[in-house]
Design a binder for this molecule. Structure first.
Ligand code: 4AD
Ligand code: MG
Length: 480
């Protein structure tokens, strides 16, 4: 018989045929001689209504079928006379695969808080909200590969274990096989990493950029899409200790090319999910709207999720320099009225999320790309401008999210790079291979890092990043 998933069944809707369907019971309504069961298998948002009207099946099974029970049924698909569905399945044969104790099953057919569901992350895939999120997450990941592949980029798998600190920020998780109770000590009294597995100190990568640059300087257009790790103690709704980053790197490309690439990628991703996951997006858009009704007026979003996505696809992004952004912020109402937690006074300060959100949500009401940041607040690899004060950096800021992309044109000039590394105490001995690419056939090149979870957050309208990765890792949390 025709074994099929609910998504395909509902897409084809070929009635008067027999099918085998398996899934988890969402709800059951029953009387003496008929039972209606809503079955979901996660393949799509919609449930399939199944009808049990065979008295022997009712006697044998209906009491044992509760929310969360997994079952497999076979029967005929018919046009539905009832409201809410166009087709339904009349059950001929039924197997209970796994019973579910209705008293203790956490995912009841009622509203649960997201926090409660986070604590039950092993079961939250069964809810409408999370199954929608993870279907969309898949769609976005697919869209990213699709975008790069059709634009002739090559996917490079950069290492997860590395000895480099690509961002120079020192927020790394160490990787070692040494006995932490009695590590070998060298003459200086320090831990002797030459006795460790790799014979040197290594960590989990914070970015695949440096290795992606090496590949771009041979393959021209490459990207990495992998897990990255940051041991920063940020307990915010936008930070994870383990997250996924998309990092394209392009040879013969300057900052303007880089901005165009970032804009195209973001627009493509949003368009792709609007075309292919509209049912899930619409569900999440309604969810967000309902959730926000309990908020104070000023905390509610101006746009629905659907509007925000269409806005990204249809409208241009704004590009301004750091100095322009600085002037706007310094002269802004909240700054003059002392409403910012971090007042904007001196040129050179890093913007905080309150400033980024002011620019995106109040000043421009659309994504903003900020370029040419002061060199002191950016990484060593960014190309120095002629003013010697700023670098060819770009950050893309999104409504409701803040920074979604960080990138730059890279310093391709050997001497300038060497000087910057020295200034910023980046080990040239450690990164000899990075420097060497500037000695042999160096070229202008650019790239950026897109935080995948922040993109999924924007596209699903979820306010907490912990809800858009299956098993979030953040300070004190590594369950599942
Ligand atoms: O701005 P970041 O630190 O840039 C880099 O790592 C560069 N090496 C990228 C490059 O040029 N190839 O990080 C890039 C993006 C941020 O804009 C943000 O979206 C995301 O990565 N990100 C995080 N996402 C979740 N949790 C964290 N702790 C994040 N840190 C950065
Ligand atoms: Mg950044």
């Amino acid at each position: 018989m025709n074994k099929i998933i609910i998504k395909e069944l509902l897409e084809n809707k070929e009635v008067n045929k027999e099918y085998v369907i398996s899934g988890w019971v969402r709800t059951k309504r029953s009387s003496k001689n008929i039972a209606f069961v809503m079955l979901n298998d996660g393949s799509c948002l919609k449930d399939l209504q199944i009808i049990i009207d065979d008295l022997s099946l009712i006697d044998k099974y209906v009491d044992r079928i509760t929310t969360g029970t997994s079952i497999s049924v076979s029967g005929k698909l018919i046009k539905s006379e009832g409201k809410g569905q166009t087709v339904e399945l009349i059950v001929k044969k039924l197997d209970i695969l796994g019973e579910s104790d209705s008293e203790t099953y956490p995912i009841q057919p009622k509203r649960h808080t997201l926090d409660f569901l986070r604590k039950n992350a092993h079961l939250r895939f069964r809810t409408r909200t999370y199954s929608s999120i993870f279907r969309i997450r898949h769609g976005l990941s697919f869209a990213v590969h699709n975008f790069f592949h059709t634009n002739n980029f090559y996917h490079i798998h950069t290492p997860i274990i590395t000895s480099a600190d690509a961002e120079g920020a020192g927020e790394m998780f160490k990787v070692t096989t040494l006995d932490l109770m009695k590590p070998p000590i060298n003459k200086n009294g320090d831990i002797d990493y030459s006795k460790d597995f790799f014979e040197k100190q290594v960590n989990l990568t914070v970015s695949g950029q440096l290795e992606a640059e090496l590949a771009a300087l041979g393959l021209s257009k490459v990207y990495t899409f992998g897990p990255t790790f940051r041991a920063e103690n940020s307990n915010t709704s936008r930070h994870l200790a383990e997250f996924w980053m998309i990092e394209p790197e392009v040879a013969f490309s300057d900052l303007t090319d880089n901005i165009n690439l970032a804009t195209q990628l973001l627009k493509f991703g949003c368009k792709y999910v609007l075309s292919n996951y509209l049912e899930d997006i619409t569900f999440l858009s309604d969810r967000k709207y309902k959730e926000e009704q309990s908020f104070k007026k000023e905390l509610r979003s101006k746009n629905t999720l659907l509007d925000s996505l269409n806005n990204i696809v249809n409208n241009p992004f704004n590009t301004i320099s750091y100095t322009e952004a600085f002037d706007i912020l310094r002269n802004s109402k909240p700054n003059k009225k002392n409403k910012f937690k971090f007042p904007i006074q001196d040129w050179g300060v890093d913007f905080q999320s309150e400033h980024e959100r002011f620019l995106v949500e109040k000043e421009f009401n659309n994504p903003v790309i900020i370029t040419d940041y002061p060199k002191n607040i950016k990484a060593f690899y960014m190309r120095l401008n002629d003013d010697k004060k700023t670098v060819r950096a770009m950050d893309v800021l999104f409504p409701g999210i803040g920074e979604i992309i960080g990138g730059s044109q890279r310093e391709e000039r050997f001497i300038d790079l060497k000087n910057r590394m020295q200034e910023m105490s980046i080990s040239q001995k450690e990164l000899w291979w990075y420097l060497e690419t500037r000695k042999f056939g160096t070229v202008p090149h650019s790239g950026f890092g897109l935080g995948f979870e922040r993109l999924v957050q924007f596209v699903t309208g979820m306010s907490n990043i912990r809800d858009v990765i299956p098993f979030p890792r953040y300070p004190s949390h590594v369950e599942f």
